[in-house]
Design a binder for this molecule. Structure first.
Ligand code: HEM
Length: 138
């Protein structure tokens, strides 16, 4: 029996939207995480939704607008330490669970997200911190 693609499993674009909203609710009330994010959270939410659609095998909406994700580079303007990576993962996992993604689907997804989150850690590195904004990267 073939598994449905992860995009279907999480409820498509609507499911992803709910997950990202739940995740950001946690960010908003966390004193370590909130200052890492810009004042206006809305543009980032929309980008994360588009990114997850694509990452989970749905439509390639993110890259059509912004080009290659180049996630590590796009995170350079934000100072991310190990604590932040751990919390990002914890809140993301809670958000997926809260929105009814079955436990057996979470395993493979978080096996991919775990290393990716730790790969974003850049706090002790001398990297360019200039804003990248909505740049289309190739
Ligand atoms: C490790 C902890 C992480 C922290 C603290 C973090 C924080 C942030 C911040 C502050 C932004 C900017 C939001 C804005 O411009 O409004 C951002 C953007 C983004 N993050 Fe993360 N992030 C983390 C990990 C990840 C991971 C693991 C992924 C992918 C699975 C991811 C995907 C994205 C995407 C797609 C964007 C939008 C990039 C753009 O087009 O500008 N982040 N993140």
């Amino acid at each position: 029996m073939t598994q449905p693609p992860p995009f279907e499993l999480v409820g498509g674009a609507e499911g992803i939207s709910r997950i990202v909203e739940s995740f950001y609710r946690r960010i908003e009330t966390d004193a370590h995480m909130r200052p890492i994010y810009p004042d206006n959270l809305e543009p980032g939410k929309e980008k994360l939704k588009l990114f997850f659609q694509q990452w989970l095998g749905g439509p390639g909406a993110y890259s059509e607008k912004y080009g290659h994700p180049r996630l590590r580079l796009r995170h350079f303007p934000f100072v991310i330490d190990e604590l932040a990576a751990g919390r990002w993962l914890r809140y993301m996992r809670e958000a997926w669970k809260e929105n009814g993604v079955p436990e057996e689907a979470l395993g493979p997804i978080f096996e991919r997200l775990g290393p990716l989150a730790h790969h974003m850690v850049n706090a002790s590195l001398d990297v360019p911190r200039d804003p990248i904004g909505d740049a289309f990267l190739t």
